[in-house]
Design a protein around this ligand. Structure first.
Ligand code: AMP
Ligand code: MG
Length: 417
């Protein structure tokens, strides 16, 4: 048996970030920038008002207060999107809206609420003059040119993962197109004579092919492009044909399910070995002990991960190995799921001497969190994953986790709660 860490390290050596491609801005979401983004403008581009109010010279109103208002002559108004036509001279003020450029001469904004306008009805407002009820300092309520982004600055370094905030920054820089790592194309092949397709009736001895769908969904979640090849029967001709179809479809990664455990007929092993260089491992983990990994020879070399057939094993093996491979190809460098510390509410036994991935449900209780297993943990019980929002990973050398112990839980799929 090999350890999870050895298998992972060996597998990840075969993956690197894929080439850059230039995509429309919104298509960059959740992907990784391949170039530094340097700003060719200041943001904001000009000094402007952070509030609706009056643009003033701070020196004019240093003594202003409710008890001793200072009256200024109103010389006009400036709205967002326009520029002031006059300067603010001593003793004057200009009405100004949020986002409007600061008029020449002005150096601070007094909010409407701190002027006579704040207390007057709209219809009776004095348009000629305004009383300032509070002192301001130079720069108060003013947003300075370049205070968010400076001209020439690297705003988003190469390697940044693009989220809605980055999309917004890129939009404000006028980037209609950006360069990100290409998404990996992941060929997905289910193998087994017992499988029927989703739209076929279940006949004696048959089960539906669910792994194709869990794998395709997991590939999408991780940011890859699934290429579904359907079901290969347990014979050399069909399996070889489907493997070659995947290679012809320009896969960057091949995922198969089933046919790699010890008790299996050797069809999958024979075909994969004929098409490439394969390892068939027993990994020290539970579930997910059988695992194949190697490289197929197509037009280019394509890494292949042979996941176990059991649906839960396939999912956990995907989580541990395939997901990281896909994230690596996307240019991502962080792989760890967020964790939460929770109190286990039940005893967990691990006699396997393998790393045990217990499906748990974590929830808030009082100040902290509690976690319980989602029940029967057999590798065929896919609903144990549907009921879970986290994984308790029990190390190989730990035989017991006791009720009441605080443990670290890895959160799956960043669930909202
Ligand atoms: P194997 O890895 O071939 O020994 O298969 C282990 C178990 O997984 C068997 O019970 C299979 O029927 C089941 N299995 C294999 N492939 C699939 C699949 N695509 N969808 C659902 N179950 C599967
Ligand atoms: Mg089988």
């Amino acid at each position: 048996m090999i350890s999870v860490d050895e298998a992972l390290a060996y597998i990840l050596k075969h993956f690197k970030p894929l080439e850059p491609e230039t995509v429309p801005l919104l298509d960059a979401l959740d992907r990784v920038l391949t170039q530094d983004i340097v700003s060719d403008i200041n943001i904001p581009p000009f000094n402007n008002s952070a509030m609706d109010g009056y643009a003033v010279r701070a020196d004019d109103v240093v003594k202003a207060s409710k008890e001793h208002p200072i009256t200024l002559r109103v010389i006009g108004e400036v709205a967002a999107g326009y520029t002031a036509q006059r300067s603010v001279e001593p003793g004057t003020a200009m009405r100004i809206m949020t986002g409007a450029p600061l008029p020449p001469g002005a150096d601070a904004i007094v909010r409407f609420e701190e002027t006579s306008e704040g207390t007057q009805a709209k219809e009776t407002r004095d348009r000629e003059s305004v009383q300032i009820l509070k002192a301001v300092k130079r720069g108060d309520n003013v947003r300075n040119a370049g205070e968010d982004v400076r001209l020439g600055e690297v705003v988003l370094p190469k390697g940044t993962v693009v989220r809605p905030a980055e999309i917004g920054v890129l939009a404000s820089l006028g980037k209609q197109f950006v360069s990100v790592h290409r998404r990996p194309r992941v060929a997905i092949l289910a193998t087994g004579d017992e499988l029927v397709a989703i739209d076929e009736p279940i006949t004696p001895g048959k089960i539906r092919n669910s792994n194709e769908y869990t794998n395709a969904a997991a590939v999408l979640k991780a940011g890859g492009i699934p290429i579904r090849l359907g079901i290969a029967r347990d014979n050399i001709t069909d399996l070889t044909a489907k493997i070659r179809a995947g290679l012809d479809a320009d896969a960057d990664l091949f995922l198969t399910s089933a046919g790699v455990s010890v008790g299996d007929y050797d069809i999958v092993k024979d075909v994969l070995n004929a098409e490439g260089e394969m390892h068939f491992w027993q990994v020290r983990m539970k579930p997910g002990k059988p695992l194949a990994f190697g490289v197929l020879r197509g037009k280019k070399e394509v890494p292949l991960l042979g996941l176990p057939g059991n649906p839960v094993s396939a999912m956990i093996s995907f989580e541990v190995f395939a997901r990281r491979a896909i994230l690596t190809m996307l240019g991502k460098t962080k792989f760890e799921r967020p964790t939460v510390r929770a109190v286990m509410t039940e005893d967990i036994q691990n006699d396997s001497q393998r790393r045990n991935f217990i499906r748990v449900y974590v929830e808030r209780r009082g100040e902290g969190y509690v976690a319980r297993s989602t029940g029967e943990q057999g590798s065929g019980i896919l609903t144990s994953v549907t009921r879970a929002n986290g994984l308790l990973i029990v190390p190989e050398n730990v035989t017991h986790v006791r009720a009441g112990e605080t443990v670290e839980i890895q959160l799956l799929d960043l669930p909202e709660w």
